[in-house]
Design a protein around this ligand. Structure first.
Ligand code: ATP
Length: 511
């Protein structure tokens, strides 16, 4: 556990030191759970967004994008259920006066049991060596099965109580499990209460005429209210999807874990409209498609798993998370939800307008069903960043810090380094920059010895370094150094574009 915490601290400080993420309003001691993306962070974030957009929108003939407003008519949130049901169950500790999400306390308790399972697996792995079969061990070992059963029973009960809004039972569960305040160890809890997560604001100049609004807590509703506009103007035929990326706001209570849980964050969502009755198939298909997208980045299949929801939101008939192994354990990265016709029907009711699709094959009108994929851009950023940050022992006994970002996402694709700041080398390096910058984000760096520059670029996540030296003047060749293998090879300047492109071209990754 301590090791995990250390690793997470390293992630946070590295993100600051290398210009990825700053705390918001830091000169005023920051604002809790609000962050700013710095010069490198903004590039990484944009590249993740582009990677998603390319694969979800531009590669699908039947998916189009929109960019809806953050502010929406307040009835939207009545219809969507957010005014009445977008609540977190909260519990206070009477001694420490700290506030927690009751469901998170129980889930953290289960995560501890899960750690015990991991320990058993590691022990057995050591014992059996090569012959070890992890899946078989997990499905047959008595102790592991006991732990797993305990987790399943607890989560099932939590899910049921939350679904039935039985907050008394949630409290009872916390007491039965003897869950203590993680900070103080006190078990002196208040009742569990519901707390609405939407940020309120006002529209209008005078106090009397002002209208109460909310900052959107999800981007999805901007898509639902535009369903007919897009379907008609785009002549879209079911099944089709509408996608968007954009800010969402939630007044989160348990706002810790860096950019994992923020109050202002960005979502990348796609709502796929289908014929009623076919939602199950599409749900399975989108689960598979989205997992493939994650795996295409090469961050290790073992770092992902599905978690099917026991507790379904008020709008869903099936839901699963793609969980990722963050430095603090497996947690939700993306949700895939079968949202039924709940939202479109609710907007029909509240607006009094017919929101239906005429299906020419069936020759009838219906309200489509929706399967959505919803991923937090910031959470994806954290997944990529934390997984990429590595300390490596080198053959000469030293260590290096390297940020092994998937090259397609790296903020800077190549750094061009003149060996020395004289003899015409900077001029050649600048010329290479001027040539490559039309196609890639590249940088020029001539400070310090070249070895130190390599280390700096490794830590910043730049996949390629291109060094110009005295031989370059004679034969037009440069040294290309690979961030991950540290291999160096001599190539012609004229080959550089192809070499960089092969490494970072989106097509090579997504295919
Ligand atoms: P959680 O259970 O972690 O609160 P959620 O189930 O409420 O998340 P959804 O409403 O399904 O999340 O939102 C879809 C995605 O948006 C999540 O998978 C996550 O990646 C992202 N997300 C949700 N809340 C936040 C937040 N406060 N900060 C950053 N990302 C978030």
């Amino acid at each position: 556990m301590a090791k995990q915490e250390d690793q997470f601290k390293k992630v946070i400080s590295h993100a600051k030191e290398y210009g990825y993420i700053f705390q918001s309003s830091e000169i005023y001691d920051g604002l809790s759970a609000v962050y700013d993306y710095a010069q490198n962070g903004v590039e990484l974030k944009k590249n993740i967004r582009d990677y998603w957009w390319k694969s979800m929108v531009q590669m699908h003939e039947n998916i189009v994008g929109i960019d809806a407003s953050i502010l929406m008519h307040p009835t939207t949130w009545k219809a969507s259920g957010h005014v009445d049901a977008f609540n977190d169950p909260l519990i206070d500790n009477k001694d420490s006066k700290k506030r927690y999400r009751a469901d998170v306390l129980v889930e953290d308790y289960c995560a501890k049991i899960e750690n015990k399972i991991e320990k058993e697996v590691k022990k057995a792995e050591k014992r059996f060596g090569e012959a070890f079969n992890k899946e078989e061990f997990k499905s047959t070992n008595g102790r592991v099965l006991g732990y797993q059963e305990k987790i399943d029973t607890i989560l099932k009960r939590l899910g049921k109580s939350l679904e039935n809004e039985d907050l008394v039972d949630v409290k009872a569960l916390i007491e039965e499990l003897e869950i203590a305040d993680p900070l103080t160890g006190s078990k002196n809890w208040t009742e569990v209460k519901q707390f609405n997560l939407m940020f309120g604001t006002k529209l209008g100049a005078s106090a009397e005429s002002a209208m109460d609004l909310y900052l959107r807590p999800e981007t999805a509703q901007g898509i639902f209210v535009n369903f007919l506009n897009v379907q008609k103007t785009g002549r879209m035929k079911i099944p089709f999807g509408i996608a968007q990326t954009g800010k969402a706001f939630r007044n989160e209570i348990v706002a810790r874990q860096f950019i994992f849980r923020m109050r202002e964050f960005e979502q990348m969502e796609m709502q796929f409209f289908v014929k009623p009755g076919t939602q199950k198939e599409w749900y399975e298909q989108w689960k598979e498609t989205r997992l493939k997208w994650h795996l295409s980045l090469g961050m290790g299949a073992d770092n992902y798993r599905f978690h099917d929801h026991e507790k379904l939101a008020h709008y869903a008939d099936a839901a699963a998370d793609i969980e990722f192994k963050f430095p603090f354990g497996f947690k939700e990265l993306e949700g895939i939800h079968s949202r039924t016709d709940f939202d479109l029907k609710a907007h029909e009711e509240h607006s009094g307008k017919k929101i239906q699709y005429f299906d020419p094959e069936e020759n009838k009108n219906y309200v489509p069903y929706v399967v959505e994929t919803s991923i937090g851009l910031d959470r994806m950023f954290l997944a990529v960043f934390s997984n990429s940050l590595q300390e490596e022992e080198l053959e000469n006994g030293t260590t290096r810090t390297v940020l092994k970002l998937p090259a397609v996402l790296a903020p800077t694709k190549a750094a061009i380094l003149p060996l020395v700041k004289k003899d015409g080398l900077p001029e050649i390096a600048r010329k290479i920059v001027d040539d490559l910058k039309w196609s890639f984000n590249v940088s020029y760096d001539d400070k310090d010895a070249v070895g130190r520059r390599y280390r700096r670029q490794d830590a910043a996540g730049t996949p390629i370094c291109i060094t110009v030296d005295h031989d370059t003047i004679k034969d037009n060749t440069v040294t290309v150094r690979d961030r991950d293998t540290m291999e160096q090879k001599r190539v012609l300047i004229s080959e550089l574009k192809t070499i960089v492109s092969e490494k970072v071209d989106l097509q090579n990754w997504l295919k």
